[in-house]
Design a protein around this ligand. Structure first.
Ligand code: ADP
Ligand code: AMP
Length: 214
């Protein structure tokens, strides 16, 4: 099954994708993660993306779509979970064309809903492992030993620049203006599934699993 997860920043897309990878071996395609790796490696793509990401703005469509096209071409039959792409209707249309080109189908577009006040708390408390990208939260998912990444043992656990207050406001506005309209886009295509993203991560995952079965 090929799916995408969308919703506001902090809804839990990355967290739930990690469960899907573990449980179903799906290939996780996160455009945010791909940009962060490019920034870490100081590639031309990373240098371009950084200017937009630090401000909480969307990286231009042409850059983002070309990057996703490359990944989709290299899937070799693995089912995928797209996380953070598409983020506007133009990207949704581009995704359809890209999938057609490689003879793949999107089964469901899963919208994870979380109220705004909870999002700010999730985003400002988020921490990420610089080495492997594992996601933590200072209150709800702290490091088990307080120092090392639970997944890879890394010690560089950082706060994303775009999780600081000024960027959070911009990202929530960008979401409302550009990403939320994708709900209507996928509803019209009969692919929209809505999942309540409140409550603990296991509970949300069981809702997500049920929505995949229906
Ligand atoms: P997204 O990928 O949608 O931006 P993340 O998966 O990175 O969101 O989650 C954002 C933050 O919220 C992280 O710190 C994560 O640990 C936390 N989080 C994710 N899901 C939940 C949940 N169901 N309840 C509480 N906190 C959560
Ligand atoms: P994320 O990790 O999904 O929260 O994304 C972090 C940032 O990466 C976003 O705020 C954007 O600047 C950029 N980004 C990620 N995905 C996209 C996308 N599909 N289109 C444009 N920019 C994106």
């Amino acid at each position: 099954m090929n799916i995408l997860l969308f919703g506001p920043p902090g809804a839990g897309k990355g967290t739930q994708s990690a469960f899907l990878v573990e449980r179903h071996g799906m290939k996780h395609i996160s455009t945010g993660d791909l940009f962060r790796v490019a920034i870490k490696n100081n590639t031309p793509l990373g240098q371009e993306a950084k200017n937009y990401m630090d401000k909480g703005k969307l990286v231009p469509d042409s850059v983002t779509i070309n990057m996703v096209a490359e990944v989709l071409q290299s899937l070799k039959g693995a089912s995928f979970v797209l996380d953070g792409f598409p983020r506007n209707v133009a990207q949704g249309e581009a995704l359809e064309a890209l999938l057609d080109r490689v003879n793949l189908n999107l089964d469901k577009a899963i919208f994870i809903e979380v109220p705004i006040n909870e999002l700010t708390e999730r985003l400002s408390g988020r921490r990420v492992c610089r080495n492997c990208g594992a996601v933590y939260h200072i209150a709800t998912k702290p490091l088990k030993n307080g120092k090392n990444c639970d997944s890879c043992g890394g010690t560089d656990i950082y706060q994303r620049d775009d999780d600081k207050p000024e960027s959070i406001v911009t990202r929530l506005n960008v979401y409302a203006d550009f990403t939320k309209p994708l709900k209507e886009y996928y509803r019209k295509k009969n692919k929209l599934v809505e999942v309540d993203g409140r409550e603990d991560v296991e509970k949300v995952f069981s809702r997500l699993e049920r929505s995949l079965e229906s």
